[in-house]
Design a protein around this ligand. Structure first.
Ligand SMILES: [Zn+2]
Length: 199
């Protein structure tokens, strides 16, 4: 469970595998997301889970705050309950998670390979790709996206987001800097960085 090596196009038939298709549709419905496709035999020269029809590209725009929140919610729920989805690998706005290295939690931000700004990529194992139905979700509670803090204590990402916004609307600069400061105070890493800066 959780990991099946890529064998290449049409190993399990062609097209999006039936369980993968059902799960993909469920994500689109539940998170009001779009589709950038599932099956692509040519993806990575046939070495992608898309080539076997067991990966889905859930379309959300990481640059849009509302979309980003929903993408983060998908990432968080899958990472918290990988067995429920048969999750094998997941990529989203510089974050990477894999079943094989699940002990490390999410990796990132800033991972080049995971630089997916217009969709969440979710690849699943063969069992889920064949058999997944909504019954697998029984007992699962979907977290309120408002409560999720994908970027955790990463001071760097807060600063980057704040500066991006500040550049768009210079009137907000003071407010945004205040927010970065307050966010930074919530984390040990941030506190250390501030102490260093204020020396
Ligand atoms: Zn993909």
């Amino acid at each position: 469970m959780g990991f099946d090596a890529v064998r290449g196009p049409d190993t399990y038939g062609s097209g999006c595998m039936p369980g993968c298709k059902r799960m993909f549709e469920w994500f689109q419905r539940t998170y009001d997301a779009g589709s950038l496709g599932c099956y692509n035999p040519a993806s990575l020269g046939g070495k992608s889970l898309h080539a076997e029809g067991r990966a889905m590209d859930i379309a959300l725009d990481a640059r849009d705050p509302h979309d980003r929140e929903r993408g983060d919610a998908i990432f968080a729920i899958v990472m918290a309950h990988p067995q429920v989805f048969g999750a094998q690998e997941m990529l989203w706005r510089g974050y990477l998670w894999s079943w094989q290295r699940r002990g490390e939690g999410k990796r990132g931000p800033g991972i080049q390979q995971a630089d997916h700004m217009n969709h969440v990529h979710l690849g699943i194992d063969v069992d889920a790709a064949k058999n997944w139905t909504e019954d697998w979700l029984e007992g699962l509670e979907l977290d309120d996206p408002e409560d999720l803090d994908m970027d955790g204590n990463s001071l760097e990402i807060h600063v980057v987001h704040a500066l991006e916004e500040a550049l768009r609307n210079s009137d907000k600069v003071k407010l945004l800097l205040a927010r970065v400061f307050l966010d930074a105070l919530k984390s040990e890493q941030g506190q250390a960085a501030l102490r260093e800066a204020l020396k």
